[in-house]
Design a protein around this ligand. Structure first.
Ligand code: ADP
Length: 266
C-alpha cells in the first residue's frame, strides 16, 4: 500500500480518500483480532486459573459453618472474581469495535493489563518479565488502541525469543515531563540492519512458516502500530542489535492525570 505524492483521490483510477480511510480502519481491526487470536488459548487458561479458587472456596464455605472461615472464603472468592473480571474486561476492551474517543489514560495501568493478558503466554515461552514504572504518566489516548500497540510489541518480542529470555517493560516520562515513554526491550534474536529499515513497511515480514502458535506473519503489526501512534501525535522507534535483542520506544505527549487537574483546580 505504498503511496505516491500524486495519489488519485477520485475517479476510477484508484480508491478515494474515504475508501482508503475505511480500508485502513479495517486493517487496524483485523490486526487487533489477529493479536487476540494468538493469545486466545492462554487467556482462557488465565481465566480458568481465576475461576478455580472461586469454585473451591465457594464449596468449602458452603460446607464450613465457621463465620471466620466463611469470611476468608468470601475474600478469596472476591479476589478470584475481580481477577476474572479484569481479564474479561481487558479482552472485551480490545475485541469491541472501537470508537475513537480519547481521554487521559493511566499508561501504567494500560501496560499492566497487557502484561496480565500476555503473562501466561510469556511464562509458557519461558520469558521472564521485568516491569518498571516511574511515576504515573498519563496521556490523552484511545486506551484500546494503545493496548493494541503494546500487545503487538509484546507478541513480537515473545516470538523473537523462541528459546525464552527476558522482556523488560518500563513506563516513565522524559526529564522535561512533556513526553510519556513506554519501552519494550527483549533479549531475542534482534533485527539485521537491512531489515530494521523495513520493519514498519506494510506486509514486511520475516515470519514465513507457521510458528509454535500455528501462525506465520502478516507484516501488518508494526505498520498498524506506527499509524496508531502517529495518529496520537506520538513516535514509535526501534533499535536492535542482531543476537542481542530489540528495544521499541513509544513516546506520547504527556498530560495531567484527572486527579492532578482536580488538585490544581482546588
Ligand atoms: P509480523 O509480526 O506479522 O511479521 P510486524 O509488522 O509486527 O509483522 O513485524 C515485521 C517484522 O519485524 C517481523 O517479521 C520481524 O522480522 C521484525 N520484528 C518485529 N519485532 C521484532 C522483535 N522484537 N525482534 C525481532 N524482530 C522483530
Amino acid at each position: 500500500m505504498a503511496s505516491t505524492p500524486n495519489e488519485p483521490t477520485t475517479g476510477n483510477a484508484g480508491p478515494g480518500r474515504e475508501e482508503l480511510d475505511a480500508l485502513r480502519r479495517q486493517v487496524v481491526d483485523l490486526q487487533r483480532v489477529s493479536s487476540l487470536g494468538v493469545l486466545a488459548g492462554s487467556v482462557c487458561h488465565e481465566l480458568n486459573n481465576a475461576l478455580t479458587p472461586i469454585l473451591n472456596y465457594a464449596k468449602l464455605g458452603l460446607r464450613n459453618p465457621d463465620p471466620e472461615f466463611r469470611r476468608r472464603a468470601f475474600e478469596k472468592i472476591l479476589d478470584g472474581a475481580q481477577r476474572a473480571a479484569a481479564i474479561t474486561g481487558g479482552v472485551l476492551g480490545l475485541a469491541r469495535p472501537q470508537s475513537d474517543v480519547r481521554a487521559p489514560a493511566d499508561l501504567v495501568r494500560l501496560a499492566e493489563e497487557v502484561i496480565m493478558l500476555t503473562g501466561k503466554d510469556l511464562q509458557k515461552g519461558r520469558v521472564k518479565v521485568e516491569f518498571r514504572a516511574e511515576g504515573r504518566p498519563h496521556a490523552r489516548v484511545n486506551p484500546a488502541q494503545i493496548q493494541q500497540v503494546l500487545l503487538n510489541l509484546v507478541i513480537n518480542a515473545r516470538q523473537a525469543m523462541p528459546e525464552g529470555g527476558l522482556l523488560k517493560l518500563s513506563v516513565g516520562v522524559d526529564p522535561a515531563g512533556r513526553l510519556a515513554e513506554i519501552r519494550i526491550a527483549d533479549s531475542g534474536k534482534g533485527i539485521a540492519a537491512a531489515d530494521l529499515r523495513r520493519i514498519f513497511e506494510p506486509f514486511f515480514t520475516t515470519k514465513i512458516g507457521p510458528d509454535s502458535s500455528g501462525q506465520g506473519g502478516t507484516g501488518l503489526g508494526l505498520s498498524v502500530c506506527r499509524d496508531i501512534v502517529e495518529s496520537h501525535k506520538g513516535r514509535l522507534r526501534a533499535e536492535s542489535r542482531p543476537g542481542q535483542g530489540t528495544t521499541f520506544t513509544l513516546r506520547l505527549p504527556a498530560c495531567a492525570s484527572p486527579l492532578e487537574k482536580e488538585k490544581g483546580a482546588a
